[in-house]
Design a protein around this ligand. Structure first.
Ligand code: HAM
Length: 421
């Protein structure tokens, strides 16, 4: 129905199959992440704007162009979270989750907000599921997090052969500045052959030019110095060990020099999973990386961290492409129908008792005819229908119809209410 009020541009109502898809994605997350010891964390949907400007970085597109920022009634600048990592780290600092060198394994799911141009797989309110591993700087931590994301998608039902796991290293505060300068110089030297956006980035965020989507820019930038060749010895060693561990546990990955990611907090390992199945132009279904400077940026003690987030809408598109679509709703073991109006209250109470006994049971809440109730039972996917009719009721029972075989048997109320679950 056309309504005067539509959901805002770039947002979507989740109901029916899409709401069930969200629940399914969260159920699999709970299962996969908790097996590795991760615990749920839910942070506020809005934070002080500084959490994001300091955490994600002023020069990023997310902070510079895409944030939903407003002044609250106390005159403070607040922002709807564009991602969850900064909020999780802020919460971990507040709750001292990593005090005395403790480690914390956390996961979350929920809406994020970015004022982007909506398109297939790109929304202004979108849902992410993510995990953050705080307190470890070891290559094992990186390999666990990358493996967790990979296994999550596999368990969700996305065929491994359709996914690409791209991995790169962003270096650290010791080796990246020199590399940043060399890319800045490279851009300025080749400015005539690059797009205006790449040239603008020379000044603000030169590394981001490396993942410009423009074909001719990509060709020019393929000649740029490689960050891999500029890593300091500890970063190069860390990177090598991560790769050895990923090989050891059989996670397929590819080195991608152009993978620089859009958020400023990354150090060392970064990664992204792409799939073309079901996607539009946006094919990154999840990504993440290490952020060893984020705690300090948010006023905490230096603490290493690594994590990822995946995009629910894009994961759902990938699942639909392989025929997983959550079309079937909740279960219905039994639908309690009545042939006459005077048995309506009885049907209502039988269904109520069956539910108390743990069954998935429904009855008609309107004034449908028996025929319409049978249709409703069918729609609900009921395995059985108990039909209450005057003759059977007089004998203390109902007709029980097996909706699959269409067989019907007489069953006493006693037997019906004591059906095994
Ligand atoms: P991100 O790459 O900005 O990273 O987002 C992660 C995933 O969220 C993307 O791969 C994509 O699937 C999905 N996504 C992002 N923007 C949109 C959008 N506008 N519409 C639909 N889906 C979108 C982060 O957010 C980091 N916090 C990940 C992380 C966690 N790094 C360390 N820990």
């Amino acid at each position: 129905m056309v309504n005067k009020y539509n959901a805002p541009k770039g947002t979507e109502d989740l109901y029916g199959p899409s709401a069930r898809m969200w629940d399914y994605c969260m159920d699999v997350a709970r299962d996969v992440f908790e097996r590795a010891g991760y615990e749920p964390i839910y942070t506020p949907i809005f934070e002080l704007t500084e959490v994001f400007t300091r955490g994600i970085g002023e020069a990023t597109d997310v902070v510079g162009k895409e944030m939903y920022t407003f002044e609250d009634k106390g005159g403070r600048s607040m922002t709807l979270r564009p991602e969850n990592t900064a909020g999780v780290v802020r919460a971990a600092i507040n709750a001292s989750l990593t005090a005395n060198n403790a480690a914390a394994k956390l996961y979350y799911g929920g809406p994020q907000f970015r004022h982007e141009r909506p398109q297939k797989g790109r929304q202004r309110q979108f849902y992410q599921i993510g995990a953050e591993l705080l307190g470890y700087d070891s290559p094992e931590a990186d390999a666990e997090i990358i493996g967790l994301l990979w296994h999550y998608f596999v368990e969700l039902g996305i065929p491994p052969s359709s996914m690409r796991m791209l991995v790169n290293s962003m270096g650290c505060k010791n080796c990246r500045p020199t590399y940043r300068d060399s890319i800045e110089r490279f851009i300025l030297t080749n400015a005539d052959d690059l797009c205006a956006e790449c040239v603008r980035r020379a000044d603000t965020n030169p590394l981001r030019a490396l993942d410009c989507k423009n074909e001719s820019c990509r060709e020019v930038l393929s000649e740029a110095p490689r960050l891999m060749d500029a890593l300091c010895a500890p970063c190069a060693d860390h990177d090598k060990q991560v790769r050895v561990l990923l090989d050891l546990v059989g996670i397929p990955f590819e080195q991608d020099d152009s993978l620089v990611r859009g958020l400023d907090y990354y150090t060392r390992t970064v990664f992204e999973i792409q799939t073309d199945d079901g996607q539009g132009a946006q094919n990154a279904i999840g990504g993440g990386g290490r952020y060893d400077g984020l705690f300090e940026a948010l006023g905490g003690k230096p603490t290493p961290g690594i994590g990822f987030a995946l995009g629910f809408e894009r994961a759902a598109l990938a699942l639909e492409a392989v025929g997983i679509d959550m079309a079937i709703g909740s279960d219905c073991d039994i639908y309690v129908a009545c042939a006459t109006d005077d048995l309506r209250a009885r049907a209502f109470s039988v269904a109520d008792t069956l539910r108390e006994d743990g069954m998935y049971a429904q009855s008609d809440l309107g004034d449908r005819t028996l025929k319409a109730q049978m249709k409703a039972a069918n729609k609900a996917g009921a395995a059985f229908v108990a039909i209450l009719a005057p003759d059977e009721d007089a004998q203390g029972g109902v007709t029980l119809r097996d909706m699959h075989t269409k067989d019907e048997v007489f069953m006493t109320y006693d037997a019906l209410l004591n059906l095994p679950e």
